[in-house]
Design a protein around this ligand. Structure first.
Ligand SMILES: C[S@@+](CC[C@H](N)C(=O)[O-])C[C@H]1O[C@@H](n2cnc3c(N)ncnc32)[C@H](O)[C@@H]1O
Length: 265
């Protein structure tokens, strides 16, 4: 059990303990059974978007893995090792039960994704689908992901778009009105479905954050996001630079919006 958790990690754990009892546990088996990878609430297929690197042989860490269905998909698509990190015991209990049932050999750690008890440079791919990418402070979890990556490792994550966040009042899900300022956006404290805190920083700031990361690595950094105008910036990929890293591998897929139009809760 991690000690000294920030207030938002404690409320997140309460939130996801409730959500596990209400729906995530019940939905887990169907998701684990799925063979293809899809993204976001519109379920856009990875086979069209091609956001992920070739997974064959990669060692992957999923930050905020939840019931770990996405980690299961990564393993089915060739990852050599998938380690799921989550702060909520109930979510990990479901993940472990599914892992046992499906025999995929994932590993799980109960920890804060901002402070993972694993060695530097242990993974080829750090990943988050609405996990740390929403529930953790980006100025903490993104540097932590960088620490965990090997040179030339990649960070791929999915979160909400700027537009969704500025149109999200506390009392409803997403409105048609701009209700929050984007400038300076960072911590969002919600009250309507019980206390919970999410994080969102504007896309430009996020690019800067990833850039700082890259420049902290041992050689000159590189960071990229999908560049085609129809490809959402909510699934950025950042590559930790190293001696062997060439130009970024993915710079836009065939082009379908993969962002979420609604807050994940
Ligand atoms: C939307 S779920 C992730 C869904 C996931 N992609 C899956 O396959 O089930 C968000 C998860 O983030 C976890 N989480 C929230 N704050 C966290 C933190 N500080 N460290 C680690 N996990 C955290 C929650 O416990 C929850 O299980």
């Amino acid at each position: 059990m991690p000690e000294d958790l920030p207030d938002y990690a404690l409320t997140a754990r309460e939130h996801w303990t409730r959500s596990n009892a209400e729906y995530t546990n019940a939905r887990a088996r169907q998701r684990w059974a799925q063979e293809h990878i899809h993204w976001g609430v519109w379920k856009n297929p990875e086979s069209e978007l091609r956001i992920l690197p070739d997974l064959r042989g990669l060692e992957v860490i999923e930050l905020g893995c939840g019931t770990a269905y996405f980690g299961a998909w990564l393993k089915k698509h060739g990852a050599a090792r998938v380690v799921g990190v989550d702060i909520t015991p109930a979510q990990l209990e479901t993940a472990r039960a599914m892992n046992e049932e499906f025999g995929l050999g994932l590993e799980f750690i109960e920890a804060n994704a901002e402070d993972v008890p694993l060695s530097d440079g242990s993974f080829d791919l750090a990943f988050s689908e609405y996990g740390a990418s929403i529930w953790c402070d980006p100025f903490k979890w993104i540097p932590e992901a960088a620490r965990l990556l090997r040179p030339a490792g990649e960070l791929v994550f999915m979160c909400n778009t700027d537009l969704v966040q500025v149109c999200s009042p506390d009392k409803e899900r997403v409105s048609e009105r701009l209700v929050l300022p984007l400038r300076g956006m960072h911590r969002l404290d919600w009250t309507s479905e019980g206390a919970s805190t999410e994080f969102h920083i504007p896309t430009g700031t996020c690019s800067g954050c990833c850039g700082v990361l890259a420049s902290r690595s041992s050689t000159a950094g590189s960071c990229t996001r999908a560049r085609t105008p129809w490809t959402t910036p909510t699934t950025p990929t950042c590559r930790r630079s190293g001696p062997e890293s060439g130009p970024p591998r993915r710079s836009g897929g065939p082009g379908r919006l993969s962002g979420s139009p609604g807050r994940m809760a």
